[in-house]
Ligand binder design. Structure first.
Ligand SMILES: [Zn+2]
Ligand SMILES: [Zn+2]
Length: 167
């Protein structure tokens, strides 16, 4: 028998089951306002945190991956979901670009988690003043043009072949 749920269905990133939205905790930072994992999985994680458990490390890694996956999706969505130059929209090759440069400096001063948190919580207007989406190609082209990448004339300096001595 099929029972139609009046709720929106969402797939849990940990147990991979589709469940009604009420099975997910609230998380306003995320695109759909919900946690990326169901309450069951979340409680399981919390329970395993409370004592030494060989499965904990694995679960914690899974949990972290799920968080980053959902955070990335949400960040791409907040930034318009496509390359601002060419409109390319395959999320696998979209990258967050610091409009005014300074990306390397920021990454040195923060870590990936804090950086994601910042992009999730920054007010939309501020976010869009500082960051934009570029596809991998346009991101690389910008880096070469702005000399933010150790490339010269499109060739990685460190990998430049030694000049053969010509006699
Ligand atoms: Zn689950
Ligand atoms: Zn592009």
């Amino acid at each position: 028998m099929l029972i139609w749920s009046k709720y929106y269905m969402k797939r849990c990133l940990l147990c991979d089951q589709e469940k009604p939205e009420e099975e997910f905790g609230i998380n306003h930072a995320m695109r759909d306002g919900l946690m990326p994992y169901c309450r069951n999985c979340y409680n399981e994680k919390k329970r395993r945190l409370s004592y030494i458990d060989p499965h904990y490390a694995e679960l914690n890694r899974k949990y972290g991956r799920a968080w980053f996956k959902e955070a990335r999706r949400t960040i791409l969505y907040r930034l318009g979901g496509k390359c601002v130059v060419c409109g390319f929209d395959d999320e696998r090759a979209l990258q967050v670009d610091h409009i005014n440069g300074g990306g390397l400096k920021e990454m040195r001063e923060t870590n990936h988690y804090r950086f994601c948190k910042k992009l999730l919580t920054l007010p939309e207007e501020e976010l869009k003043q500082q960051y934009q989406l570029l596809c991998a190609n346009h991101n690389m082209i910008k880096k070469v043009e702005k000399k933010e990448h150790p490339f010269k004339d499109g060739v990685a300096i460190s990998r430049q072949p030694k000049r053969l001595s010509v006699k």
